[in-house]
Design a protein around this ligand. Structure first.
Ligand SMILES: C[C@H](N)C(=O)N[C@H](CCC(=O)O)C(=O)O
Ligand SMILES: [Mg+2]
Length: 363
């Protein structure tokens, strides 16, 4: 199964409502799609979102990295020679983790098809089903209560609440949401780097005093402020999860060894794909640290790859793979099955994609 061409395209999917975090507001999934064609007729698909405020990647940089740096390094390679292809992909250029993730995902899709097995089974085959949370965008408290209650009425038991815009308003948001949803709903908070270390300690302690029982707080402080995050982790009882602070396996080692956070959020767009994500899983296992699997604003295409990783690895104990649920449409036939909070992997070879509508291919 030899690689004969790599095509780059774009997909545009409207969101059900604007997605708002402390870092940005987005109304569409507007992502790069990669298609790797082989001489046997098998095709592998990958996807990458331009999450400039987190990864630094833009649609132009992702497309350029694939077309101008990665493509020629792996054209003609046999998928059976998987390790060599992966090394070439890694060495094609530094950084550009989203472009690398898109190609890595397409290659894993082909790897599964080569051995006629779903990727999650090749990686460990730990489970077939998982439960995702759903994100509540940061808005005024009334709108966030409404969105939280909508999610609860759809059966979601875990909400990921976006905060980090204004510490006092964030506390009002949490007061209103906890009161509305009651004590049985799990609440996760994601400040997306919006608080200072002192603000985070103040706010989290307030919520602890009120008995809010927050499952964890994600990325309370700036990505590079590891000392600040360590201070938060040391000074509160609530678990702290590192997201934007951990891209590479080396970052994971640094966070874990410095005890700067309790949990690591793995996203394929930060690691550069499944290969490095597996390394982070191994590191976390060695140190006895749990991981969450997360996503950016991605369609079912690349989120399916994250689902397979989570299905393969027991160290991934928390799931934030709601990207496809935030989209108004699902143009992808095949892949993982999303039924509100329940996600199931299919046993089709690779990632099981059958057809994707609406891609505009670059010439
Ligand atoms: C979509 C997912 N639940 C999520 O919240 N991801 C964000 C980043 C998403 C983005 O800005 O594209 C996160 O965990 O920080
Ligand atoms: Mg996050």
């Amino acid at each position: 199964m030899k690689i004969i061409d790599i095509k780059v395209g774009r997909i545009l999917i409207p969101l059900k409502k604007p997605f708002k975090t402390a870092l940005r507001t987005v109304e569409h999934v507007n992502n790069i799609i990669v298609k790797i064609e082989t001489d046997t007729g098998h095709v592998g698909y990958g996807e990458a979102p331009p999450t400039g405020v987190i990864t630094g990647d833009t649609r132009g940089s992702i497309a350029g990295a694939i077309k101008e740096h990665i493509k020629n390094n792996i054209l003609g390679m046999d998928i059976a020679n998987f390790e060599e292809i992966m090394i070439r992909l890694e060495k094609s250029l530094v950084k550009n983790t989203s472009a690398k993730a898109a190609v890595d995902i397409a290659l894993y899709d082909l790897f599964g098809q080569l051995y006629n097995a779903p990727v999650y089974k090749l990686l460990g085959g730990y489970r077939k089903e998982m439960t995702t949370d759903i994100t509540v965008s940061v808005n005024d408290p009334e709108e966030m209560v409404k969105d939280s209650m909508d999610a609860v009425s759809r059966g979601f038991k875990t909400l990921k609440i976006k905060v980090g815009k204004n510490i006092n308003l964030d506390l009002q948001r949490m007061d209103a949401i906890r009161e509305a949803v009651g004590d049985d709903i799990h609440l996760r908070l994601d400040a997306n780097q919006g608080w200072s270390s002192k603000e985070a300690i103040y706010a989290i302690k307030k919520m602890e005093d009120k008995g809010f029982n927050i499952e964890f707080v994600e990325q309370p402080v700036k990505a590079e402020d590891l000392e600040g995050m360590k201070a938060v982790t040391e000074n509160v009882s609530t678990l702290i999860l590192a997201d934007e602070s951990v891209f590479s396996p080396k970052d994971a080692i640094e966070i874990i060894r410095n005890r700067a956070a309790d949990i690591i959020n793995i996203k394929l767009m930060k690691t550069g794909g499944i290969r490095n994500a597996l390394r982070i899983c191994a590191i976390a296992e060695m140190y006895g640290v749990e991981c969450m699997i997360g996503c950016m604003l991605e369609s079912k295409l690349s989120v399916t790859a994250a689902v397979h990783l989570a299905a393969a690895k027991s160290v991934i104990t928390k799931v934030d793979l709601d990207g496809p649920l935030l989209c108004k449409e699902d143009p992808i036939e095949g892949g993982a099955i999303f039924q509100d909070y329940k996600i199931t992997v299919s046993d089709d070879p690779g990632f099981g994609f059958k057809n994707i509508d609406g891609i505009i291919w670059d010439s």
